[in-house]
Design a protein. Structure first.
Length: 125
């Protein structure tokens, strides 16, 4: 039997969850937040524990400009031996980094949001 990966939530991922909760409570959809938490703990995390490469590689997206190529190169240099992956889960896009048997959930956004804030993910405080 293959060894299970360890899934860890980052501070940014937790902030994203808090923002999602605030938004859903404002629009009287608190039950949607409860469903999201249930789906994370009952489906997404167990799936990633058993199949860490479930999401597609974020860095294999087509590059259409020099600026994007440079930004992806800088991002790859920060990952060292890790992989950056994205997974469409329910109505959300989850960004995670895989380093061997450890997975870090970096960000969760509604699939209609435009992008991830990479600068804040790797900023030094």
């Amino acid at each position: 039997m293959a060894r299970k990966a360890i899934v860890k939530l980052t501070a940014n991922f937790e902030r994203n969850l808090e923002a999602i909760e605030v938004f859903l409570v404002k629009v009287d959809a608190a039950q949607a937040y409860d469903r999201l938490l249930d789906e994370l703990s009952d489906t997404l995390i167990p799936n990633l524990e058993h199949f860490p490469a479930l999401g597609r590689s974020f860095l294999e997206r087509p590059v259409c400009s020099v600026e994007v190529a440079n930004a992806l190169a800088r991002l790859q240099s920060k990952l060292h031996d890790g992989e950056l992956r994205e997974y469409l889960f329910a109505d959300y896009l989850v960004l995670y980094a895989q380093f061997g048997d450890v997975i870090y959930l970096l960000s969760i956004k509604h699939h209609r949001e435009l992008s991830f804030d990479f600068q804040s993910l790797w900023s030094r405080n």
